[in-house]
Design a binder for this molecule. Structure first.
Ligand code: NAP
Length: 479
């Protein structure tokens, strides 16, 4: 496992505090130009066992809540000190435009800040024992106790902040964690864990990283008998597959979406078009709440489309490390080809490419489609690419019905000038979050964030994650 020669490009992972390299490694390449960024260990069952064993040891010792809070608060400052380096790492490994990468780093610091608050304030409930005659003379309350070792599996698209959303609440909850980051984007996660261990005072073993393919190391980790809970963010097939194969574990799933937004005639639709420029195309549409299905009232449909096209055609596409870049490459050439094929398939079914649709090397140009029908994959599946479809509607009921016609349920939105429409949407849209006069792509890190159906089964945000990672234990004192 350890003790292998570390070459210049080889980045070790930390397992139980030790730097580990393996005989075989995995190349991490830039999705923008294919250059080699680094090599990371190809971990296997041996490394998973060592990481879980170290976590189990930590679980048995006590790290008091005030100390965990101090570590998390130190992490906020440490992330701030290393913000430039972390942003460059995200931009390079994920082809995320540098300005978005910086925003992700700021959000990660905020995630740790909110987790620190949870560590300081987590309590159970008082039980009104005397409300029933047998409870007379008894004092009842609940404690929140850590569930145990957490396996955290993260996706490629927010390689730092979605790791923060698992690691920071786990520390707050008192649960040691073993993290498997996405194979394409492991570098920011590895660096974050180094910083936690080396600069924030987190004792070794509280967080370990195992890099390697999902089907191999991810599978070994999620099925390890000493793992109490799996927290997974990624695609529905993988997430529900893990849950199916681990019926006795708690498996929290944050999955995909094909986010709809309704734009009413009474809305500030120019503002909506400007917001969709960001919500549909930042990180090339590779966000679980990327704006995908735009439903616009027929009376403004033509003018809205014109405005949206002018916004989308103004997007600066290119090198993620340039300050001016708004959108760059998809995570892999195969992904660009997949999205391209879905566009072609939609066109064969009658969809019209209003702009974009061109695959230039690794970059798919920002695309707007019209005449899209509900059964096309660009509509009923999660595109996870820079493709937005625009469909007109007649009545709000019709728009709500189309928006709800999906197996996903993460976030949806409406732009409207009418309070009654806003309320109708809030009550009718069957999603975990409904946004009014904001795109469905909006998220701030303390929000309860999560959906149902193919979108998952949990809520993230430190307040909610800490509760997912702890159990209630009832205590009754007979006085
Ligand atoms: P993915 O292919 O499902 O991979 C997610 C993670 O699971 C990766 O670390 C992957 O490892 C690992 N994995 C794959 N097979 C596994 C297995 N059998 N056992 C354990 N782990 C396994 O997803 P992705 O392409 O990275 O991310 C895109 C998806 O994530 C989209 O569907 C998006 O909507 C969703 N997402 C959801 C949220 C949310 O909060 N709801 C946020 C962001 C993204 P490898 O990298 O080695 O394959």
């Amino acid at each position: 496992m350890s003790g292998q020669l570390r070459t210049e490009n080889q980045v070790p992972v930390r397992i139980g505090g030790n730097e580990v390299v393996t005989s075989e490694s995995i190349a991490v390449e830039s999705p923008f130009d294919g250059r080699l960024l680094a090599c990371v260990p190809r971990c296997g069952r041996l490394e998973v066992n060592a990481a879980v064993a170290a976590a189990r040891t930590r679980l048995a010792e006590s790290l008091p809540a005030w100390r965990r809070a101090e570590i998390l608060e130190e992490a906020v400052l440490t992330i701030g000190r290393h913000a430039d380096e972390l942003a460059m790492t995200i931009a390079a490994e994920a082809a995320k435009p540098i300005r978005s990468a910086r925003a992700e780093v700021e959000r990660a610091a905020l995630t740790f800040r909110f987790a620190a608050v949870e560590a300081r304030t987590l309590v159970g409930d008082m039980i009104p024992m005397e409300a029933a005659q047998p409870g007379e003379g008894k004092l009842g309350f609940t404690l929140r106790v850590p569930k145990g070792v957490i396996a955290a599996i993260s996706p490629f698209n927010f390689p730092l902040n979605l790791v923060a959303h698992k690691v920071a609440p786990a520390i707050a909850a008192g649960c040691p964690v073993v993290l498997k980051p996405a194979t394409r984007t492991p570098l920011s996660a590895i660096r974050l864990v180094e910083l936690l261990l080396d600069e924030c005072g987190l004792p070794p073993g509280w967080v370990s990283v195992v890099t390697g393919s999902g089907s191999d190391v991810g599978d070994a980790l999620t099925h390890h008998e000493d793992v109490a809970m799996v927290t997974f963010t990624g695609s529905p097939d993988v997430g529900y597959g893990i849950r199916q194969r681990s019926p006795r574990k708690d498996v929290a799933l944050e999955l995909g979406n094909n986010a709809p937004v309704i734009i009413e005639a009474t809305a500030d639709w120019r503002k909506a078009a400007a917001a969709i420029r960001i919500g549909g195309y930042s990180h090339a549409g590779q966000s679980c709440i990327s704006t995908q299905r735009v439903l616009v009232h027929e009376s403004i449909a033509e003018r809205f489309l014109e405005e949206l096209l002018s916004q989308v055609e103004g997007i600066t596409v290119g090198d993620p490390l340039l300050e001016t870049t708004e959108m760059s490459a998809l995570i892999a050439p195969t992904e660009a080809e997949r999205v391209s094929a879905w566009i072609e398939e939609a066109c064969r079914g009658g969809a019209i490419v209003e702009t974009g649709g061109n695959l230039n090397g690794r970059i798919l140009s920002p695309t707007v489609l019209s005449s899209v029908t509900g059964e096309m994959r660009v509509s009923c599946e999660e595109v996870f690419g820079p493709v937005v479809s625009v469909t007109s509607y007649d009545t709000l009921d019709e728009a709500l019905r189309i928006a709800n016609d999906t197996r996903y349920g993460l976030q949806a939105a409406i732009f409207t000038g009418e309070l009654s429409s806003a309320l109708a949407a809030a009550y009718s849209l069957d999603f975990g979050g409904v946004l009014v006069n904001e795109i469905p792509t909006f998220r701030t890190d303390q929000m309860p964030y999560g959906g149902h159906g193919l979108s998952g089964n949990t809520k993230e945000g430190p307040h909610h994650s800490v509760r997912e990672m702890t159990r209630e234990r009832l205590v009754v004192l007979h006085l």
